[in-house]
Ligand binder design. Structure first.
Ligand code: NAP
Length: 487
């Protein structure tokens, strides 16, 4: 994007203030094509106060599909009546519009088209349109909005309309139209961004790919491990058929493992970043790409952790509903009656379960809070301190409480040799590995000597460099000084 491009605001002050006399309203807008997108666009434009003229190859047949306020006529007629024309036609049909080149000269063409594959063509559709009509000004826009969103109103869908063009004036005109229609125009710069804009609707959860694969990988590992311990081991060693455990019990012991480890993976990259800063004594050294990527995916990893924890809660609620559970209860009661046992109350077990459930509920509550505050609409209403308090401090507390939940679940099982099926330790001991490392590291970093050093580094101090620094003291006052690495 050129420097001058960004220098001017995309929207004039008049339109930003929502002035009813804005030049956008009341103007005539042309739409080429009479398909789904053209119809929805025409409806929305008419509702927003524009005059609409639709250019079709067969206006008689298509007129009934449009609101009566919109004029449906032949393509050439429509084009003559307006300066701004939305080209609601697929790229492969652009060349059929070449007959209109003379009447289109000097007009603004809005390319709304999408592709079927990412980077399908060498040049973007908008650049291709511009090459076919060199006498026109092409603006890329509205392709990220679906026909459904246009029909249902901007309030019911994505409000952002990404716009790019080499002509600032044309871009401003289209942005004004988008704003009057109730959308938020976003200036994406010059025409070279068109390709990126055209790829956006084709991307499938780009930020979620790595976290989802991570969660699936962890799920698969823990599921196999639990399957071996809970189903395969009793089958091989005692010829007991425990395969009924697979759909609920094995899944329910796997989900908390994934949730817990994923939660620790939200905080582990922060620890690694701090280690790197402490080791190199600077914050100006770039993190390796994998760490950068990891830091950027923390939100998605955290949300997936919450998702697994919520599923674990639902599965746990359903445990007593299972027929197998009822049979086991009756079996235990009968055994008790046969053995004439009156009191089966084990005080330690009762306390363990009470604490286990209580900390589990608190951990889930905190995770819900983290998930809610990561939603953009909520996050935007928080200032940086509030956001970092919730995501960093409360998140870390959630990790500590989840650790307590895991420890109360395990209790003394780690010391019981019967728990080592095929010499495999209980699953919960494995899950503790990463979270405990993270907690330990955070405790070490909170020691005054470490905290001070990290704080200095994060404020620009560098090992081996003689720099002036200003630091808040313990009392909150600022003290300044000069230092070098050897100080
Ligand atoms: P559509 O329903 O198939 O409509 C395409 C229209 O193009 C036809 O109705 C036709 O209107 C016109 N056309 C002009 N010359 C043509 C030719 N030679 N052969 C066939 N048709 C010709 O498609 P659409 O869903 O409205 O999509 C139109 C454009 O909007 C596409 O570029 C698409 O990528 C883009 N878009 C669509 C959506 C969506 O939700 N549908 C969302 C974003 C972007 P006449 O017969 O009246 O000439």
């Amino acid at each position: 994007m050129s420097g001058g491009d960004m220098a001017k605001p995309l929207l004039s002050h008049r339109s930003m203030e929502g002035d009813s006399s804005t030049p956008a309203t009341g103007r005539t807008i042309g739409v080429l094509g009479s398909g789904d997108f053209a119809r929805s666009l025409a409806v929305r434009l008419v509702c927003s106060g524009f005059k609409v003229v639709v250019g079709s190859r067969n206006p008689k047949r298509k007129a009934g599909l449009f609101p009566s306020a919109a004029e449906v006529t032949f393509q050439a007629e429509a084009v003559k009546k307006t300066d701004v024309i939305f080209v609601a036609v697929f790229r492969e049909h652009y060349s059929t519009l070449c007959d209109l080149a003379d009447v289109l000269a000097g007009k603004i063409l809005v390319d709304v088209s999408n592709n079927t594959e990412i980077n399908h063509h060498k040049e973007s559709n908008a650049e291709y349109l511009a090459s076919l009509f060199p006498a026109c000004t092409v603006v890329k826009g509205f392709n990220v909005v679906s026909a459904w969103t246009l029909q249902s109103g901007a309030r019911d869908g994505n409000k952002q309309v990404l716009i790019c063009s080499n002509n600032q004036e044309a871009k401003r005109t289209v942005a004004e139209i988008a704003q009057v229609m109730g959308f938020t125009p976003v200036d994406m710069g010059c025409m070279s961004s068109a390709c990126e804009i055209e790829n956006i609707p084709l991307r499938l959860l780009p930020a979620w790919k790595i976290p989802i694969f991570l969660a699936l990988g962890l799920f698969l590992c823990f599921f196999t491990y639990n399957l071996i311990r809970q189903v395969i081991h009793p089958y091989i060693r005692e010829q007991k058929n425990k395969f009924y455990k697979i759909p609920i019990e094995v899944v329910n012991t796997t989900l908390p493992c994934v949730a817990y480890v994923m939660l620790s993976l939200v905080y582990l990259p922060g620890v690694l970043a701090a280690c790197s800063q402490l080791y190199y004594g600077t914050k100006y050294r770039r993190f390796p790409d994998w760490l950068d990527q990891w830091l950027q995916h923390r939100k998605q990893i955290g949300l997936l952790s919450f998702f697994c924890a919520a599923l674990h809660a639902v599965y746990s609620f359903c445990l007593p509903m299972r027929r197998s559970h009822r049979y086991q209860l009756i079996e235990t009661a009968v055994k008790q009656a046969v053995e004439k046992k009156m009191n089966i109350w084990v005080e330690e077990e009762v306390w363990r379960m009470e604490i286990y459930l209580s900390v589990g509920i608190i951990a889930l509550g905190l995770l819900s809070l983290l998930a809610i505050t990561s939603l953009p609409s909520i996050a935007n209403s928080l200032n940086w301190r509030e956001f970092s308090f919730i995501q960093s401090t409360l998140g870390f507390i959630a990790l500590v409480i989840s650790t307590l939940h895991t420890l109360t679940y395990g209790w003394s099982r780690a010391f019981d040799e019967n728990q080592y099926k095929f010499y495999l330790p209980p699953t919960y001991t494995l899950t503790l590995l990463v979270p405990c490392t993270v907690i330990l590291a955070r405790v070490i970093f909170s020691l005054p000597c470490m905290q001070q050093r990290l704080l200095r580094i994060r404020r620009g101090w560098e090992k081996g460099r003689y720099v002036k620094f200003v630091l808040p003291s313990a009392t909150g006052e600022y003290s300044s000084g000069e230092t070098s690495s050897n100080v």
